[in-house]
Ligand binder design. Structure first.
Ligand code: FRU
Length: 475
């Protein structure tokens, strides 16, 4: 990779407020935690290529979840048990004050006809900058799987401590008889583990394997998140964690993402008690296929603040982003009736914009359409049709980085034609939060950076309020 290309990219094209790898490939967030007064976010990284390769842990820290500083790589695939990669995992503060990472080591197995590696769970300790692998690794192996468990598909430990002081971990696994399973393990010291129970299985939901589980209390309930493989989806189950029985009792489930690009989400608790979710802003099915002429492939989502309302998960960009807003442009009661319109000051590719669309005095409209990252023949389009209450995100005209995943639809709660959206644009992406975060649609777009126009169109008559901000580099 030429330095020239990297510096040009850094200046003009690199996402401004989304974490990206310095160069090369990035996938899942790992070890999202608070340690020593800062947020730590590790990530699956392969700097030597634009596609997945022997994976290591990248590392970044932040004071506010928006501006990140990259640190040296934290874990390299340098042991026999992780020579095929240091796969995903999580982090917590150990009782002696050290930062503890738990991850999956993958060791290639020449005997496996599918070319897979054996997956074991390992730990490492550090001071927030450098990390050392525990001499007793691995701490959980394929011998500790329940019957039918597949040691080649056994990964992504989420570790936490319960009130009794003991450690718990949930680990993703494929079971030859039962399909996707999330397994629960327990340990008194974080190093010696025992299998407790199958916490949850696929129960007819999409995917043959559920990767990267996270489980946490939220608003009096428990949430279990996972990424499903096969039919790629990010799944959120709401229910109760029964620690005594080692079971998750689900009362409802939903998809976490209605757009294209969000996977392997992980959460952290802020000091003021907010539960924040971050994900890999890519679709694992297409992440490696898109033809791009850039020095990086991968970025994180905006951190999303979670809440449960009426039994459903709500997601909103973290409030810290508001501190980076500048150049406010506000319009109230703008009437749209059948003519395509641009509005003064409403454009850009590092944007935070809130819109409310509503019918004009009892009249209804047929369609609302917003095109953004628009220039020449390229644009990405968000539409909403009140009659069916369906929102659509269409990136088929976004230009470079073609993919077959171009149209996504979301069934939106019917509010008699009223729709609130918040859209974040950050050079290579768009994230659209619908109706207070009831749904989120995310899209990575590789449209030329000069395509900055935003155009609105309403079929019928509607009225709109707009507040638009540019996101600046520093607070
Ligand atoms: C999810 C995943 C994880 C695994 C990691 C490897 O994207 O497949 O299950 O640990 O990526 O990079």
């Amino acid at each position: 990779m030429k330095n020239q290309q990297l510096s040009e990219f850094n200046k003009n094209q690199r996402p401004l407020f989304h974490l990206t790898p310095e160069k090369g490939w990035m996938n899942d967030p790992n070890g999202f935690s608070r340690y020593d007064g800062k947020y730590h976010l590790f990530y699956q990284a392969y700097p030597d290529g634009l596609n997945w390769g022997p994976i290591r842990w990248g590392h970044a820290v932040s004071e506010d979840l928006i501006r990140w500083e990259r640190l040296p790589y934290a874990l390299m695939p340098d042991r026999d048990y992780d020579s095929g990669g240091c796969f995903s995992g999580t982090a917590l503060t150990f009782e002696d004050g050290r930062h503890m990472l738990m991850y999956t080591g993958c060791r290639p197995d020449p005997e496996d006809t599918l070319g897979r590696g054996l997956q074991v769970q390992c730990v490492a300790f550090g001071d927030g900058t450098t990390y050392e692998k525990y001499d007793g690794n691995p701490v959980i192996t394929g011998d500790m799987l329940p019957e039918g468990g597949d040691p080649y598909e056994f990964r992504d430990p989420k570790i936490w401590r319960e009130e009794d002081g003991a450690f718990r971990a949930v680990i993703a696994s494929y079971n030859r008889t039962h399909g996707a399973q999330i397994l629960l393990y327990r340990s008194n010291d974080g190093l010696n583990w025992e299998f407790v129970n199958v916490l949850a299985d696929g129960e007819g939901k999409p995917g043959w394997m559920w990767e990267c589980p996270d489980i946490f209390p939220l608003d009096g309930r428990h949430v279990l998140l996972a990424g499903s493989m096969g039919e790629v989806d990010s799944i959120c189950r709401i229910g109760e964690f029964d620690d005594e029985q080692g079971l998750f009792r689900e009362s409802s489930w939903q998809s976490t993402e209605q757009g294209f690009d969000f996977y392997a989400g992980q959460t952290v608790l802020t000091p003021d008690g907010r539960r924040i979710l971050i994900g890999w802003m890519q679709n694992p099915r297409t992440a490696e296929c898109r033809e791009i002429d850039l020095p990086i492939n991968g970025q994180m989502s905006i951190p999303r603040e979670l809440q449960i309302r009426d039994g459903k998960l709500l997601q909103k960009p973290v409030k810290e982003l508001n501190g980076y807003r500048t150049d406010e442009v506000v319009y109230r009661n703008v009437k749209f009736d059948g003519v395509e319109q641009k509005l003064d000051g409403i454009r850009g590719r590092t944007v935070d914009m809130e819109l409310q669309i509503r019918p004009d005095e009892g009249e209804t409209y047929e369609l609302f359409r917003m095109r953004f990252a628009e220039g020449g023949e390229h644009y990405t389009e968000f539409t909403y049709e009140p009659e069916s209450s369906v929102a659509t995100l269409d990136r088929s005209h976004a230009g470079p980085g073609k993919t077959d995943l171009v149209k996504a639809r979301a069934a939106v709660r019917d509010r008699c034609g009223k729709l609130d959206i918040r859209i974040l644009l950050d050079r290579l992406s768009a994230e659209i939060f619908i109706n207070d975060g009831e749904q989120v649609m995310s899209a990575v777009i590789y449209t030329d950076r000069h395509a900055e126009d935003i155009t609105f169109y309403v079929k019928g008559t509607a009225v709109m309020d707009i507040a638009k901000y540019r996101i600046k580099e520093n607070k």
